[in-house]
Design a protein around this ligand. Structure first.
Ligand code: WQD
Length: 330
C-alpha cells in the first residue's frame, strides 16, 4: 500500500471530486490542486485542498517535493465545447499550456505516474463503432484538440522519460454519488442529462432534441453514458496498473452500450414519474450520429468494468438535481 498522497488537479470539479472519494475508498491519501474557478470547495470533502493553478510550476514543485508525491491524476481543464470554439486561445493556454507546465514540473520533482482526463471526442466522428483506442485522432472542436495535444505530449513523455501515464478517454459521464452527497453543476452545462433534469425540475430552458433524422434506431444520436462513480474507479485502477509497471497508453472508459437521446429522455421520465416535453429541432453541428466504447482494453489491462447503466445514472442524477432545484428556490 502506497503511503504518499496522490495529487489530484481539478479535484474540486465534477469527475475530480468523485475520483477523490474513490481514492479515499481505496485507502489513498489525496492532495487537491484546484483554482476553484469552476470547482466547489465543499465537494473536496476531507482531502487537503490547495487553491492554485497547475501552470504555477513553483507551486507544483513545492507540493510534489513537500509531500513526496509520485502520482498525479490530472483533471484541471476547461471543458465546454461551444466555449472552446469562441475562445480558442483561452482553451489552448489553460488546457495545453497548463498541462505542459504541470507535466514538466511534476516530472522534474519526481512524479513517475500520471492519469490524464481525456475524452472520446479526440476521435471526432468515429470511423466505426464500437470505437477502439486505435481509431485515428480527428478532433472536431478546440476542446477535443486540446485533449488530443496533451495525449500526444504524454505519449512522447512516456517514450523519452520515466514519467508513464494512462490517458483515460471518457465517454459521456453522467450521474451523481449514490448517497446524493456530490454531483454535477447544471448552471452552465451543454450536456444532455443535466439539461433534461433542469427542464423537468425548473421548466427552463425548454428541452430541445438536436436531430431526429440520424441513421439510428429512433433517429436520435447514440452515446455511451457512463456513471461518474464507475469512471472515478477507473482512475484508481489506472494508478494501480502504472504502479505494477504499466507503460504509457490510452484507455477508453465507457460501458460498451449506447443509448439514444430519446431513450435517455424516457429513462428520466420514468424516474421523474411524469412526461418530459421537448421540441425536435435540427442537428447540432459536429455531433456524430453514434458512438460507444470498445471496452476490452479497460477490462484486460486495468481489470475495470462499468457496474452501472442508464437506470442508476438517471436515478442518482434525479436525486441530486432534485435537491439542487429545492435549494435554488427562493
Ligand atoms: C449528448 C447527445 C446531443 C443537449 C460532449 C463532448 C464530450 C464530452 C461530453 C466533456 C447528443 C444531444 C444534447 C441538448 C440534445 N466531454 N443533446 N439536446 O456531445 O456527446 O459530448 O460532452 O467534457 O467531449 O463532446 O454530449 O451531452 O452534449 O450530447 O439533443 O440540449 O444529446 O445532440 O446527441 P456529447 P452531450
Amino acid at each position: 500500500m502506497r503511503t504518499t498522497p496522490v495529487l489530484v488537479t481539478g479535484g474540486a470539479g465534477y469527475i475530480g471530486s468523485h475520483t477523490v472519494r474513490a481514492l479515499h475508498a481505496a485507502g489513498r491519501d489525496v492532495v487537491v490542486l484546484d483554482t476553484l474557478e469552476h470547482g466547489d470547495r465543499a465537494a473536496v470533502s476531507d482531502a487537503e485542498l490547495v487553491v492554485g493553478d497547475v501552470a504555477d510550476q513553483a507551486l507544483v514543485t513545492d507540493l510534489v517535493r513537500d509531500h513526496a508525491i509520485t502520482e498525479v491524476v490530472h483533471f484541471a481543464a476547461y471543458k465546454s465545447v461551444p466555449e472552446s470554439m469562441e475562445q480558442p486561445g483561452r482553451y489552448f493556454d489553460n488546457n495545453v499550456g497548463g498541462s505542459i507546465a504541470l507535466v514538466s514540473a511534476a516530472r522534474d520533482a519526481g512524479v513517475t505516474s500520471l492519469v490524464f482526463s481525456s475524452s472520446c471526442s479526440v476521435v471526432g466522428n468515429p470511423p466505426e463503432v464500437p470505437v477502439t483506442e486505435e481509431a485515428p485522432l480527428d478532433p472536431e472542436s478546440v476542446y477535443a484538440e486540446t485533449k488530443a495535444m496533451v495525449e500526444r505530449l504524454l505519449a512522447w513523455t512516456g517514450r523519452t522519460t520515466d514519467l508513464q501515464s494512462v490517458s483515460l478517454r471518457y465517454f459521456n459521464a453522467a450521474g451523481a454519488a449514490m448517497d446524493g452527497s456530490i454531483g454535477e453543476d447544471w448552471s452552465s452545462t451543454t450536456n444532455l442529462v443535466p439539461l433534461v433534469m433542469r427542464s423537468v425540475l425548473t421548466g427552463s430552458p425548454p428541452l430541445q432534441v438536436f436531430g431526429t433524422d440520424y441513421p439510428t434506431r429512433d433517429g436520435t444520436c447514440i452515446r455511451d453514458y457512463i456513471h461518474v462513480d464507475d469512471l472515478a474507479r477507473a482512475h484508481v485502477a489506472a494508478l494501480d496498473w502504472l504502479d505494477e509497471g504499466g507503460r504509457t497508453t490510452v484507455v477508453n472508459v465507457g460501458t460498451g452500450v449506447g443509448s439514444t437521446v430519446r431513450e435517455v429522455i424516457a429513462a428520466i421520465a420514468d424516474v421523474a414519474g411524469r412526461d418530459v416535453d421537448y421540441e425536435e429541432v435540427g442537428r447540432r453541428p459536429g455531433d456524430p450520429a453514434a458512438t460507444w466504447a470498445a471496452n476490452d482494453r479497460a477490462r484486460d489491462l486495468l481489470g475495470w468494468e462499468a457496474t452501472m447503466g442508464l437506470p442508476e445514472i438517471v436515478a442518482s442524477a434525479w436525486s441530486w438535481f432534485s435537491r439542487l432545484a429545492e435549494e435554488s428556490q427562493p
